[in-house]
Design a protein around this ligand. Structure first.
Ligand SMILES: [Ca+2]
Ligand SMILES: [Ca+2]
Ligand SMILES: [Ca+2]
Ligand SMILES: [Ca+2]
Length: 526
């Protein structure tokens, strides 16, 4: 297998190694004497350690999670909430850090009028769907997990008219004398999840009138990361920023986010990431992969920055490193430079931050060509995932050369059905393969897509497997819209936070769905 290394880096290595030749020989002897997975490369020979990532003594979970677009947060969320259940996750084209995403969202809301109509509309749609699924972190509203205080679903029915809320005390409205408002943006998109302050009292939001945000107590953001960090000074005045109102967090001697913001932060990958003991037999459990374009219209690539800052020093795309690196790695445009798989983009690090210069449109599932940026991004992520779970099979069955694609509906005990498609490895139905079990990969696609749109993923996995670059896996692609609802098409991983059937428990639904898949198909549950 060929390492991915930029040409000028090869030259530098060649020069360095020429001078170091005697030492290199010794190092090479030591290298071959020891296990590839624990030793430093001191040679420019091709590292061949992909299979070494999968360790035979492994006893952890064998489920993988792959999120695409908004589904990235769904994958990160499941991994964060149920760390014992999933070995590894990847997020492609979407935020995986709830902390980073909320900081970025707040920055947008504070500069609401300063963006292009297109960017503003994209943010509104994204936040509407996310908050509807996960709960609205902007307020502590006892009456709704989604709507701001003082409004409910009925205020948005029929032709839109701003609802006026009097007496809402806030740092911008300390005596409550101004009204708060629901509003539309300049393009006519109704904003459900945040209120504006009617400074001029004309009953509608005018450009420049501020939005009312009560996601956290006020703090001095010394390091300008958009997040409260221990040691930064804060006002213990509660979410409204006003003394004596007795609201959430006031005068309790500590910094507070809103309860929903705190619950969203609880599954941020940064919470579960721990320093790694290089001698521990960790088998990459808990490792993750992120991939976002720097040209994403919402600048979502910034949302991963605090996460990776916390992880520590980043290795930048070099290959003269361990086969196993318990470190973060940063790769820029790796899938842009090389035609897959002539240079296999083998990524050895435990945590990977992939940055592309594409425009984000390359996530389009119509782009099925293996040479397309879309395919390269997906192949890279699939490769990362299946190199990190054990006991699989590399290479196809000789007599059944392609993967199988099926579509099904699962009817849950809660009366809600889940549509999914599944990719079965080549040979799955062959008699001689009937003893085989496979690791399982749950895929969460973006909103506004259906599982059949992502059939190319199953073909990519089959292609990688046939090349022995990936394992045979059961790939389950889940419909992002579970249950039908008019407010959001993105309900599959938590909410909806404020629907009439509020007793629907989608986490329990997912557990039931998972059990269904794992009993119906030959999953390797280790
Ligand atoms: Ca106004
Ligand atoms: Ca900070
Ligand atoms: Ca207060
Ligand atoms: Ca407080």
């Amino acid at each position: 297998m060929t390492p991915l290394l930029l040409e000028d880096e090869y030259v530098k290595l060649d020069t360095k190694y020429h001078r170091l030749l005697p030492f290199l020989l010794i190092a090479a002897i030591l290298f071959f004497a020891a296990s590839c997975t624990r030793d430093t490369y001191e040679t420019d020979q091709e590292p061949d350690c992909t299979p070494e990532i999968v360790e035979e003594r492994y006893a952890g979970p064998t489920r993988m999670l792959l999120g695409i677009g908004e589904g990235s947060l769904a994958a990160a969320r499941l991994r964060g909430l149920f760390p014992d259940q999933y070995a590894v996750f990847a997020g492609v084209g979407g935020a995986v850090s709830s902390r980073g995403l909320l900081a970025q969202a707040e920055s947008f809301l504070l500069t609401f009028d300063d963006h292009s109509d297109q960017v503003r509309a994209a943010w509104i749609t994204l936040l509407n769907d996310l908050f509807y699924s996960l709960g609205n972190p902007l307020y502590d509203n006892q009456n709704s997990a989604f709507y701001p205080p003082g409004v409910d679903k009925g205020d948005f029915e029929g032709d839109f008219e701003p609802t006026q809320i009097s007496g809402l005390v806030d740092r911008l409205n300390s005596d409550g004398s101004l009204n708060a408002l629901t509003f539309q943006d300049a393009e006519g998109t109704v904003v459900h999840f945040v209120l504006a302050l009617d400074l001029n009292g004309n009953g509608t939001r005018d450009q420049g009138e501020p939005l009312i945000l009560q996601m956290h107590e006020d703090f001095e953001d010394s390091d300008s990361n958009g997040l409260y960090n221990t040691g930064e000074s804060y006002s213990d005045l509660g979410l409204d920023g006003i003394a004596g109102t007795g609201d959430h967090g006031e005068a309790n001697g500590r910094f507070d986010y809103s309860p929903i913001a705190a619950s969203l932060f609880s599954f941020d990958p940064s919470v579960s990431v721990e320093p790694v003991d290089p001698d521990a037999d960790l088998n990459f459990v808990g490792s993750f992969y992120t991939d976002l374009s720097v040209n994403h219209p919402l600048e979502l690539s910034l949302t991963n920055a605090p996460l990776f800052e916390q992880l520590g020093e980043i290795t930048t795309g070099s290959r003269d490193v361990h086969c196993l690196l318990d470190e973060p790695g940063l790769y820029q445009n790796s899938f842009w430079e090389d035609v897959y798989p002539s240079l296999t983009p083998f990524v050895p690090e435990r945590f990977v931050r992939m940055i592309s210069s594409g425009d984000g449109g390359d996530l389009n599932p119509d782009a099925e060509e293996l040479e397309s940026p879309h395919a390269r991004r997906m192949l890279q992520a699939l490769h990362f995932l299946s190199a990190r779970v054990p006991n699989g099979y590399f290479g196809d069955e000789s007599k059944e050369s392609s993967v199988k694609y099926e579509e099904h509906d699962f009817s849950s005990s809660q009366g809600v059905s889940v549509s999914y498609s599944i990719g079965l490895p080549a040979g799955y139905y062959n008699d001689r393969s009937r003893w085989k079990t496979y690791p399982i990969m749950f895929v969460f696609p973006p909103r506004d897509t259906v599982p059949s749109d992502w059939k190319p993923l199953i073909e990519y996995q089959g292609y990688l497997t046939a090349q022995e670059y990936a394992q045979q896996v059961l790939m389950v692609i889940i419909d992002p819209e579970i249950g039908s609802d008019s407010v959001s098409e993105f309900t599959y991983f938590a909410g909806p936070a404020d629907r009439d059937e509020s007793d629907l428990d989608l986490d329990a639904l997912f557990v039931e769905f998972q059990e269904h898949i794992e009993t119906r198909y030959r999953a390797n549950l280790n």
